[in-house]
Design a protein around this ligand. Structure first.
Ligand SMILES: C[S@@+](CC[C@H](N)C(=O)[O-])C[C@H]1O[C@@H](n2cnc3c(N)ncnc32)[C@H](O)[C@@H]1O
Length: 273
């Protein structure tokens, strides 16, 4: 989470920011940590900023249609999404991460109306019982699911789809190739993190649970904003189109789900564990 925070701060400090996250910049200045160890390069900074901006756009679309929703921002780390989007107070927003991360977050972010931080592992799905199940839900998981086991992701997705009447899930996922190539991803290595869950076929989630439908998938070359990369990176990304396995190494995905008419939700009919 410190690597992605640092990337957003670097974007904000640049002459022509993509996300312009001033809070990330402020937090990096306040946190006593050797951020230089990530050896952040322009490709990473731009990639993180583009990913965050796209998820912000999708989240704002969802909330903009009807603010009477709950937002579960999973693996929130120190990300300022709730401040960037500044949702109306009708939105119930939950920032969720491990307890030690939430303890740090509480020291850095003030309270807001209808805003809660929950310290838990997301895969221990009992935490979902704290969220009222009467509203549609938006789930945003940025830079999270690739660090979980497949069983953990299936449990989490099954728990969410079983509990809420309808909603959207939006997240980034890596393919198996990215897992094989992760030793070349310096910031991930420097953070001591390991990719474990790969999603090569986004339709797998539809097979886990028939209530889920894939709405949008963007591979790296499709992402709006790539023209902001230096020429060398742009060329590399364009070349990705020629090698489908590489293009699929990272994706941004948006799904929706809804309960069948007359259904009560709670895990009937679905195959998700
Ligand atoms: C790469 S960071 C991304 C943080 C944030 N989304 C961002 O973009 O800056 C991954 C985050 O997921 C959290 N995380 C990883 N596994 C988790 C789990 N099982 N339960 C809750 N949080 C988890 C980490 O603590 C970390 O904050």
């Amino acid at each position: 989470m410190l690597a992605t925070l640092h990337a957003r701060a670097r974007d904000s400090m640049s002459a022509d920011p993509i996300l312009g996250d001033r809070i990330a910049e402020d937090l990096v200045a306040r946190i006593d940590y050797d951020f230089g160890r990530f050896r952040m390069h322009r490709g990473w900074t731009t990639g993180v900023a583009i990913r965050a901006r796209q998820l912000d756009t999708w989240a704002a679309e969802f909330i903009g249609r009807d603010p009477a929703v709950s937002v579960l921002h999973l693996g929130c780390g120190l990300d300022s999404r709730v401040v960037r989007l500044d949702p109306p107070s009708a939105v119930r927003w939950y920032d969720v991460d491990y307890p030690d991360v939430i303890a740090v977050r509480r020291r850095l972010y003030p309270d807001r109306e209808n805003y809660r931080m929950i310290g838990t592992s997301v895969t221990d799905v009992r935490w979902l019982e704290q969220i009222p199940s009467d509203r549609p839900v938006l789930v945003v998981a940025e830079g999270l699911l690739m660090y979980l086991s497949e069983e953990g992701v299936e449990n989490l997705v099954g728990g969410i789809v079983g509990r809420f009447p309808s909603g959207q899930l939006m997240f980034d996922a890596v393919g198996r190739l990215a897992i094989r190539l992760q030793r070349f991803n310096h910031p991930i290595r420097a953070a001591g993190a390991t990719f474990t869950w790969a999603l090569d076929d986004p339709r797998d989630l539809e097979r886990w649970d028939p209530r889920i439908r894939l709405v949008t998938q963007l591979t790296a070359p499709d992402l709006p904003g790539l023209e902001r990369l230096p020429a060398g990176y742009r060329l590399m990304i364009r070349a990705l189109r020629l090698v489908p396995a590489l293009a699929r190494a990272g994706r941004l995905l948006r799904y929706e789900f809804s309960r069948p008419p007359g259904g009560t939700g709670r895990d009937e009919g679905g195959s998700a564990r």
